[in-house]
Design a protein around this ligand. Structure first.
Ligand code: GTP
Ligand code: MG
Length: 201
């Protein structure tokens, strides 16, 4: 797939602010600072479409991006950001859950994990939650430039094992710095969108 057109459509903190549920959506979930917004910029080839930051907690709203007038990518706030109050963190959790559980057009959630570390307890919880709702699918290992080619397979095995994936399940290593891995991810996205189109035809 080639992304020719990408625009921010809506920024929301509650369901009444979501755009009309009229096209399929793919959401990005993951720990704060894992690289969700950077990945969106890489996929769309737009350096500043989504704001990124070296400090965790940059994205604090649910951001809907319209892609090729065909589907949406939804950038979610990250979890596991220590420097916010418990009530704020619960508020974010609720905001994310409301979207994940109440959105009829949500096809799949792409779970992002940092390639360098075993997935955290919260990553595992998130993935199990997605699995429970049938939203699990693609796992992306971010910051692939931070490990050597030799280490890469080992890191991916640890990720698979910790998230309870089978050997055949895919984990796609991506580097937004080196601009690698996104072509494979775009192919996966295309398959998801096509499969959803054939169901609704
Ligand atoms: P929140 O909005 O806080 O949830 O974070 P996020 O997941 O959207 O992360 P963001 O895209 O803002 O990236 C966080 C930091 O990681 C930034 O400093 C990015 O430059 C850096 N980063 C993202 N992807 C990569 C990558 O592939 N390689 C390297 N080396 N750094 C990356
Ligand atoms: Mg972000």
């Amino acid at each position: 797939m080639i992304i020719k057109k990408a625009d921010i459509e809506t920024v929301a903190v509650k369901p009444s602010q979501y755009p009309e549920a009229n096209v399929p959506e793919i959401a990005f979930a993951g720990r704060s600072n894992v690289g969700k917004s950077s990945l969106l910029n890489l996929l769309t080839n737009r350096r500043n479409l989504a704001r990124t930051s070296g400090n965790p907690g940059k994205t604090r709203t649910i951001n809907f991006y319209r892609i090729n007038d065909e589907f949406r990518i939804v950038d979610l706030p990250g979890y596991g950001y220590a420097k916010i109050s418990r009530s704020q963190s619960e508020g974010w959790g609720e905001m994310i859950e409301m979207y994940l559980e109440g959105r009829p057009t949500l096809l799949k959630v792409i779970q992002l994990v940092d390639i360098r570390h075993a997935p955290s307890v919260q990553d595992v919880q998130m993935y199990e939650y997605l699995r429970h709702f049938g939203l699990d699918g693609i796992v992306v290992a971010t910051k692939a430039d931070k490990v050597s080619t030799n280490e890469k397979q080992k890191c991916i095995s640890v990720i698979k094992k910790t998230l309870g994936l089978s050997a055949e399940d895919k984990v796609i290593p991506v580097s937004t710095l080196k601009k690698t891995g996104y072509d494979m991810l775009l192919d996966e996205l295309e398959q998801l969108i096509e499969a959803s189109a054939s169901v609704t035809e």
